[in-house]
Design a protein around this ligand. Sequence first.
Ligand code: NI
Ligand code: MN
Length: 225
Amino acid sequence: MKITFLGHASLHIEVGDFSLIVDPFISANEKANHINLEDLKADFILLTHAHQDHILDVESIAQRTEAIIISNYEIVSHYQAKGFQGHPMNHGGEWDFDFGRLKYVNAIHTSSFPDGSYGGQPGGFVIEGEHKTIYIAGDTALTHDLKLIPMRLSLDLAILPIGDNFTMGIEDAIIASDFIECDKILGYHYDTFGYIEIDHDEAKRKFFEKNKDLMLLEIGESLEL
Ligand code: NI
Ligand code: MN
């Protein structure tokens, strides 16, 4: 599995021959202006919730690639009504896709489209593919529900928001990593806006002091599992 950070909460994930894009917010992110949207392969687009900073580039990517949009029922219905392909899920549900098994899990946040219309309940994803299991938290607070994940799934990597203000911050993300029983964390949802700027060295040090590894990728940089 190859995971590329596209800035903010946007990810490109290669699982075998399949390409997944998660929460594309690229064209309006000045920090990601070296990422060319047109170059991104996508067979599936995974959306954690309907906020603008997670769905901005969905339609342009889906139009070009005919990717299948996977999210909660309300978000997928929204895109299906516009003629896009989708696969609706809801919390607790799992499905075997061509790329692997996917579970839509709980997140504590909100979810409305930019026009204020209902975007269902926000979530995160657990992806099992190529004998690896990763958790993408989406925008979430620290919540006891995180403890449910390792009861059945053993994580190789967790992607957690760490920017604070709109989601959990560093201290809560450290507790979250205990809850999910995963010490290998890729941070995201930081630095994009003034509200969520973080001190990278301090963040890494705080995880290190708890014997955990916080990775922060440059935009466009990848890691492989
Ligand atoms: Ni959000
Ligand atoms: Mn967000």
